[in-house]
Design a protein around this ligand. Structure first.
Ligand code: NAD
Length: 357
């Protein structure tokens, strides 16, 4: 298979971690007979420096015409005072919108070898955690109306949280399909005891649940979910939720693993085009020193193979290689434990590549 990937390394550690993910993809290509063709596009601060905008129109077109997009990270102190309309993050929102990325998938996987890096007690996380949050990305309160007006001598602010049936159904379908590819358990998270949008959410999810009898479905209130995620995170497989609840819960989930450097993510459109990126930022404090953990980006590339290219075996090969390298005791600085061998960003990429065979 030949696939065209638009690569957006970005700023800070972005280029370092992306180089390692590309190394791994190239080895997958050799081993499984695929050809991955890369087009590199500047995004974020480096693009502002060169072109005065966080991504050029030509760069945006290259994202739209690709089979998939792989992103490092954007931003850094140098661009913190840029005017709002050209800030580095503007480019990310622009790409998400242009590509119609409505579903954000964030797996939270705590490899049992790294259980000690979790802030939770070993009794809770010792067996590992493997859950995945499917967050609706283009609807809800972030995209409803916002206003602040004066009423009766004081300011009153209002944010509107709209959801339509078709928006709920399309994210629901992604969640049920994802659950089918995993352990076939789905928790739908809402606040149906208070919100109309949640009551509609539940109604649509129940309709879909009837179409997926193999999936063990449950409704969970968002406040209870926040609690259960700390009490017993291993009970969850896939969770699906609306935009704002997903924003908050996915950050809570990411902390369960202790290291932000390990966490991949995918943002999917209605077609096969997706954008894949680690959840962390550009880490300016360690940029240019070959210290970053590239595993979140390498695991994002594995998600790209699984979700955009339908290459499950190849994705499994990357995930198993990461697991094996951790088993062998290799660690970057952020996940270093006593008795383990400290490696650089590029050494970690080399180890995973070599493990693929
Ligand atoms: P950050 O995620 O960049 O860094 C937080 C801490 O985690 C730092 O100590 C950093 O060294 C460490 N860290 C992050 N990734 C790591 C990795 N792969 N390996 C080892 N350690 C790692 O968050 P921040 O410091 O709040 O933000 C820095 C910049 O990144 C800001 O300009 C912010 O706006 C931007 N940002 C970008 C994205 C994105 O591109 N998607 C996301 C978040 C933040």
């Amino acid at each position: 298979m030949e696939k065209h990937i638009t690569v957006l390394p970005g700023d800070g550690i972005g280029p370092e971690i992306i180089a390692e993910a590309v190394k791994v993809l190239d080895r997958i290509g050799e081993r499984y007979g695929h050809s991955f063709r890369y087009t590199y596009v500047d995004i974020g601060g480096c693009s502002i420096d060169k072109y005065g905008v966080p991504i050029t129109e030509e760069g945006m077109e290259l994202c739209k015409s690709a089979d998939s997009v792989l992103l490092g990270a954007v931003g850094g102190p140098k661009w913190d005072d840029c005017p709002a309309e050209i800030r580095p993050e503007k480019a990310l929102l622009g790409v998400r919108k242009a590509l119609g990325l409505f579903a954000n998938l964030r797996p939270t996987k705590l490899f049992p070898q790294l259980a000690e890096t979790s802030p939770l007690k070993i009794e809770i996380v010792g067996g590992g955690i493997d859950l995945l949050i499917v967050r609706e990305l283009t609807g809800g309160v972030y995209f409803g109306g916002h206003s602040t007006e004066e009423k009766d001598g004081e300011l009153v602010a209002t944010d509107i949280m709209p959801y339509s049936e078709h928006e709920i159904e399309r994210i629901g379908r992604v969640a049920f399909e994802t659950a089918m590819k995993r352990r076939k358990r789905l928790a739908s998270v809402d606040k149906a005891n208070v919100l109309d949008t949640s009551r509609l959410w539940r109604k649509v999810m129940h309709r879909l649940a009837a179409e997926y009898p193999e999936v063990q479905y449950s409704d969970v209130l968002v406040d209870n979910t926040a609690m259960q995620m700390i009490r017993n995170p291993a009970q969850f497989d896939v969770l699906v939720t609306e935009n704002m609840f997903g924003d908050i819960l996915s950050d809570e989930a990411s902390m369960l693993t202790g290291s932000i450097g390990m966490m991949p993510s995918a943002s999917l459109s209605e077609g096969t085009l997706g954008m894949y990126e680690p959840i962390h930022g550009s880490a300016p404090d360690i940029a240019g020193q070959n210290l970053a953990n590239p595993l979140g980006t390498i695991l994002s590339a594995a998600m790209m193979l699984r979700y955009s290219f339908d290459m499950a075996e190849e994705a499994d090969a990357i995930e198993q290689a990461v697991n094996e390298v951790l088993n062998q005791g290799y660690r970057t600085g952020d996940i270093l434990q006593e008795g383990c061998k400290k490696v650089s960003c590029s050494e970690m990429g080399d180890l995973v590549t070599a493990q693929i065979g």
